[in-house]
Design a binder for this molecule. Structure first.
Ligand code: AMP
Length: 560
């Protein structure tokens, strides 16, 4: 960014965060007066636009509440008077972050084909929509290593192969490496681990592999790929070393940082990323969601576990539902959400009225037809920038697991896994991915946690289930149980829940899981491994790759 742009950006941020209340009220006023005549708002406000009336009459809703309205629009009923006055031109499936930064970035981006609704409206990932924008296309060759065609290649394997190839051949220009979410960066490095020999051979010959059949990718290669023996040898040297610790720095020596979301569910990837990136900072630049809520990280160099985001007051109208005593702080100062987060009886508060230290669920009212909509994210207020709150992302509101009457949130699982995986460290092992499942096929039911583990040193393939120390693995099971919430531990003691099980899966299993979800329509750019598995097919993928099973040998500690 040029100095002037940077300075005017900072100035704008100062103004926005100082006048937050006024900007929020103005934004709400605009949204309501524009859409007062819609069927949805008419039903609650009868044409009025008063803020107090809005707060009194318009209900707080989830996606399920809005679904009938959205379905009617998708099915072709004139959209202009249902949720929005302006005609709806498409749906957002997902989000794309700000790309407006200087330097040549090796950013892995995957466009997802649009889906057409019965009425012919396009439903597209927000990221894909951003990739299609003319301004993005214009800056792409100058600022990014991935040619346009590789981002839009419908075959994600070919797309990833080519994006890594072009990143390698432009290695001297790369100053930043990233993707929207950390899971994609980790996946790319693993992909490189499996394919570097072939990539080097392509660079040596200047010919792209035959299996790259996508014409866009082949065209891009014919323009950019030239035989380069020296570069191929250099990459081969780096990649054939025994440990891949610090590989990113070695391959792309001018990289200044890894730009990717590492907070929330992505925290689980930071250990592996840190291993690969050899001391480069991991920068979680923003928090954003398809519904329009946006926060930016004003201290990009702080550790992922300490990141706070500052809300941007002019994007959507925010309200916050206070959460009762369910947010706790663990030893590493990480906020965790307990099993069931109840809302306080008080109504939602405005952006500038949130309290320091308090946890809230985020509601948005946007110019895209969402009114008092529950995004499902829980945040904790950690400070203020001028009058605008800063927050730590705590987790998703939804409940992940339950095999009896107990409810265990994503954040509970995250915390339990974080504590248990520390036991692998002395053995030179890293937990690379995990997910969970509530197994009720026998009574009582029990929690199953799928773990993919790899050694810190050496290549991917030298650990199988037999080499894992059963004692340590059982300790991991118990540690997880000890870290779970009171109700879980009590139910375990009463034998209403059976012993927690860790199923270790073959390396590459979570890649197969991701492939499965991508074939089912998930956007690869925005893919997040589900913390809990609900689908039978996904479960089969995991179960068919299990190499060892371990159970907790004792009931959990009751008094922490
Ligand atoms: P999407 O549905 O793809 O728009 O993803 C948006 C969701 O991703 C948000 O509602 C959050 O749950 C999660 N998310 C986005 N940014 C962050 C972040 N910086 N830290 C943690 N979670 C995030």
């Amino acid at each position: 960014m040029a100095t002037n742009d940077y300075e005017s950006g900072l100035k704008m941020l100062e103004e926005l965060t100082t006048d937050a209340q006024q900007i929020q009220d103005q934004l709400l006023g605009e949204i309501l007066s524009k859409n007062a005549e819609t069927e949805y708002l008419q039903g609650f406000l009868h044409g009025q636009t008063d803020k107090q009336l809005f707060k009194k009459n318009v209900p707080i809703v989830t996606y399920e509440h809005l679904k009938p309205y959205i379905d009617r629009i998708a099915n072709g009923e004139a959209s202009s008077d249902i949720l929005l006055v302006e005609p709806l031109i498409g749906f957002s499936l997902r989000h794309f972050g700000d790309i407006n930064q200087a330097g040549k970035r090796m950013e892995l981006m995957f466009a997802k084909p649009d889906v057409e609704t019965p009425s012919g409206l396009k439903a597209s990932a927000v990221s894909t929509r951003a990739f299609k924008g003319s301004s993005f296309k214009a800056i792409l060759p100058k600022l990014y290593t991935s040619p346009f065609e590789t981002i839009f290649c419908p075959d994600t394997k070919q797309s990833m192969y080519c994006q890594i190839l072009f990143g390698l051949i432009q290695r001297d220009e790369v100053v930043m490496i990233g993707s929207i979410f950390a899971s994609t960066v980790v996946r790319s490095i693993k992909f490189l681990e499996n394919n570097w020999k072939e990539l080097c051979s392509n660079i040596k010959t200047g010919q792209i592999s035959e299996w790259i059949t996508d014409s866009g990718c082949r065209n891009a290669a014919s323009l950019m790929l030239k035989p380069n023996l020296e570069l191929a040898d250099l990459i081969e040297d780096v990649c054939s070393c025994k440990s891949w610790e610090g590989i990113i720095r070695k391959l792309w020596p001018k990289t200044k940082y890894i730009g990717t979301v590492c907070t929330g569910a992505m925290l689980q990837y930071t250990a592996e990323l840190e291993f690969y990136c050899g001391g480069l900072p991991l920068v979680s630049g923003f928090y954003a969601c398809s519904e329009g809520a946006v926060g930016i990280n004003l201290e990009p160099l702080c550790k992922p576990s300490d990141v706070s985001y500052t809300f941007i007051p002019n994007t959507v109208y925010y309200e916050f539902l206070s959460i009762k005593e369910d947010c706790v702080t663990d030893s590493q100062n990480q906020v965790q959400l307990n099993a069931m987060s109840h809302h306080e009886d008080t109504g939602p508060v405005d952006l500038v009225n949130v309290k320091l230290g308090q946890c809230y669920e985020v509601l948005v009212t946007s110019s895209t037809g969402l009114y008092r909509y529950r995004v499902g994210d829980i945040i904790k207020v950690t400070g203020f920038h001028n009058n605008t709150p800063q927050f730590q992302f705590v987790g998703r509101q939804n409940v992940a697991l339950g095999v009896d009457m107990e409810r265990t949130s994503e954040a509970d699982i995250l915390k339990a896994v974080a504590e248990a995986k520390a036991l692998l460290d002395p053995l030179g092992l890293i937990l690379t991915e995990y997910t969970s499942y509530g197994d009720t096929s026998s009574t009582p039911g029990h929690y199953v946690i799928f773990w993919e583990i790899k050694p810190k040193e050496g290549n991917n393939n030298n650990k199988n289930g037999k080499e894992l120390d059963p004692k340590v693995m059982e300790q991991c099971c118990s540690k997880m149980e000890d870290s779970l919430h009171f109700t879980y531990r009590m139910y375990r003691k009463e034998n209403m829940i059976a012993a927690l099980e860790i199923r270790v899966v073959k390396q590459g299993t979570f890649e197969s899981l991701m492939d499965y979800f991508v074939t089912k329509g998930a956007s690869l750019s925005q893919y997040k491994t589900p913390i809990c598995i609900k689908s039978k097919e996904a479960l089969n993928i995991l179960d068919s790759r299990v190499i060892a099973k371990f159970f907790s040998p004792r009931t959990p500690i009751q008094d922490n």
